[in-house]
Design a protein around this ligand. Structure first.
Ligand code: GMT
Length: 387
């Protein structure tokens, strides 16, 4: 039987797809008997219940008076090296290239015990930061110095190669959802708080950054709600929120739009929706569309980045070119006015989420990568995602 591993995980621990994936992965690995050490500036928000295999090491930044800017990156690298030594970690798995992969490289240099590093690229660390000439060489160095690099879609792999001229192997590790958490919830009583029985619910969940094109969400909804009775539920907060509030007022849609703010129990909230709107400009994968899919909710969105690897156009949702809000609205109307078609999409969503993106098989892929970088020949049995 394969030896259980001691793994350090670093991620952005607050709200955000990369932090969610890293935290859920850590929890699943702990369930499988590995010892997981989160090394972050605060407790990952999805960590949840106590598990004897999970440890948290807080990165504290030294505010020494000569520092104009307290050096978080150096504090993180030192903490990584310290924890790796004290806990005899086998490897560090870092999520997001900057600064985490760079810090892991520094920690490896400080540690003489053959510490290995695995870097997972999540999206904006490449699609936005690698376009910045001042960061490009640093990101390239961090990638080259990792013992394994994974990315969450084929599109992101290609983008990484294109933007950074990287030729070394990059493993594909799609985002996943825990099927014990993400399933269609019973929302019968909750739904009436938001919509009449004959109204449809459209939903958008994001961090309201410009790349999410929340303005398009509102334009799509404006067209849909001019044709059928509908509500728009907006979940999350971010820089575009107040501009969007103005736009909603200008279009006279206040009565039809509900702001839910940040929500932790995404599976419960998303189960309220008839469709999810995701018209992003950039999206390396689109975890939220997978969360929706696992709850039986089809996505209407753009064909940006890795979204087409997740959403099958015409089967589990409809994808259009970025900014084509007319077509997106028509597609939403097509689904929302045809109950039989909607049910067909819903079933396809449930099947695809469970079979292609389930927690068991993707956790196993990560384990294979860990054993490979440690030079351990371990053949883990293939995982069948069953009920
Ligand atoms: O979507 C965001 O803006 C958050 C961002 C993050 O860094 O946490 O999400 C990225 O990573 C997720 C998990 O791998 C992906 O599902 C998202 O598609 C990706 N976001 C972008 O590429 C914009």
């Amino acid at each position: 039987m394969a030896r259980k591993l001691k793994i350090g995980i670093t991620c952005y621990p607050t709200l955000g797809g990369s932090g969610v994936v890293a935290t859920e992965l850590g929890k699943l690995l702990a369930e499988r008997g590995h010892e997981i050490h989160f090394i972050t500036h605060s407790i990952p928000f999805r960590l949840g219940q106590f598990n004897k295999n999970i440890f948290f090491h807080e990165v504290e930044v030294n505010d020494y008076y000569v520092f104009r800017y307290p050096p978080y990156d150096l504090a993180l690298a030192s903490k990584m090296a310290q924890v790796a030594k004290m806990q005899q970690l086998d490897l560090l798995h870092v999520h997001y290239a900057v600064p985490h992969a760079v810090c892991a490289y520094l920690a490896k240099q400080m540690n003489n015990d053959g510490l290995k590093t695995v870097t997972t690229l999540h999206g904006t660390d490449i699609t936005v930061l690698a376009q910045d000439e001042s960061l490009k060489d640093l990101i390239r160095l961090a990638i080259h110095q990792s013992d394994a690099v994974t990315a969450v879609s084929n599109d992101l792999i290609e983008e990484t190669r294109r933007l950074l001229d990287i030729t070394t192997p990059i493993d594909l590790t799609y985002n996943f959802v825990d099927k014990r958490v993400y399933y269609p919830r019973d929302i019968t009583s909750l739904r009436s708080d938001y919509a009449e029985p004959d109204e449809k619910i459209l939903m958008h969940i994001s961090n309201f950054r410009p790349v999410k094109r929340v303005g398009d969400v509102i334009d799509i909804f404006a067209k849909v709600s001019s044709q059928i009775k509908a509500k728009l539920l907006l979940v999350g907060e971010g820089p575009e929120l107040s501009r969007m509030q103005c736009k909603i007022r200008e279009l006279g849609l206040e009565e039809k739009v509900v702001f839910l703010g940040k929500q932790e129990d995404v599976a419960q909230v998303i189960s309220l929706a008839d469709v999810l709107l995701l018209p992003s400009e950039k999206e390396s994968f689109g975890l939220v569309a997978l969360e929706a899919m696992a709850c039986g909710v089809p996505t209407i969105g753009s064909n940006a980045g890795g979204i087409p690897e997740l959403v099958t156009n015409g089967e589990t949702g409809y994808l259009s070119d970025i900014g084509n809000v007319e077509e997106m609205a028509d597609n939403a109307l097509r689904l929302l006015t045809n109950q039989q078609l909607h049910e067909q999409f819903r079933q396809a969503c449930l099947f695809r989420a469970r079979n292609e993106f389930c927690n068991d098989s993707i956790t196993r892929q990560y384990e294979q990568i860990y054993y490979r970088v440690l030079g351990m020949e371990v053949e883990l049995p293939a995982m069948v995602c069953s009920d």
